[in-house]
Design a protein around this ligand. Structure first.
Ligand SMILES: Cc1cc2nc3c(=O)[nH]c(=O)nc-3n(C[C@H](O)[C@H](O)[C@H](O)COP(=O)(O)O)c2cc1C
Length: 212
């Protein structure tokens, strides 16, 4: 089993990092022979989209040296994504959506011919069969039914864009009220409990798949 852990907060005191780390610990306990890969987006040089990105549409043997160089990061990020069975993403909420680091990562891994293809029925994602767990950290609460729920451009966006490349098996765990105080602590404890449950459920479903 292979886990890819992606962190997208650049804060040293990051809550989402603490929670992906809890996920990693729980996952290692359940998958003693498994391999965990870590991708820290705050220490990865992530290019913005430039004219060189258009190399994704061309014949790979005809890429210019500048396009080849540009696409190296995308190639590497996609390779580790394809290698993983489970992907855990730590996602801070900034201004109602994901961090710019996570967006820059998405711009490099949503790639025609590699993670999705254009077919007769429209675009088709190629990364199906993997499990994704997104652990968010936010200052407010965006629970369904609350007026603020309409401002959550984090979960719906991630569900859509990851679904576009075939990652449709996604579980969200939200640590809310992360501005300090009792509510923050309670939400973090609940998130840690949910992490344990999700890791446990994923391991039992895997055992069931192997048995059948
Ligand atoms: C620039 C900035 C923008 C933020 N925007 C929001 C927001 O729109 N909604 C919210 O609930 N919290 C917001 N927060 C609070 C963060 O989501 C919260 O601090 C969270 O813990 C960040 O994740 P991290 O601890 O992993 O870095 C913002 C924080 C910063 C620094």
């Amino acid at each position: 089993m292979k886990l890819l852990q992606i962190d997208s907060s650049a804060r040293r005191s990051s809550i989402s990092r603490q929670l992906t780390s809890s996920f990693l610990d729980a996952w290692k306990k359940e998958n003693s022979g498994g391999e965990a890969m870590e991708r820290d987006l705050s220490t990865t040089a992530l290019p913005h989209i430039t004219d060189d990105w258009a190399g994704v549409f061309g014949d790979p043997s005809k890429l210019t040296p500048s396009q080849q160089l540009y696409l190296l990061t995308s190639d590497e990020l996609i390779k580790e994504l394809i290698a993983a069975d489970t992907i855990v993403i730590g996602a801070p909420m900034y201004n109602f959506t994901i961090s710019s680091l996570l967006k820059a990562w998405i711009d490099q891994i949503v790639r025609p011919g590699k993670t999705f293809v254009y077919g007769e029925g429209g675009p088709r994602g190629l990364l199906g069969g993997r499990k994704v767990v997104v652990i968010t950290s936010r200052g407010g609460s965006y629970t369904a039914g609350k007026p603020q729920a309409a401002l959550d451009f984090q979960e719906p966006y991630l569900r859509s864009v990851l679904g576009f490349i075939g990652l449709t098996d996604i579980t969200f765990i939200h640590a809310e009220y992360q501005t300090g105080g009792e509510k923050a602590e309670a939400s973090r404890s609940a998130a840690i409990e949910q992490i344990r449950q999700v890791v446990g459920q994923q391991s039992s479903s895997l055992v069931a798949e192997v048995v059948h």
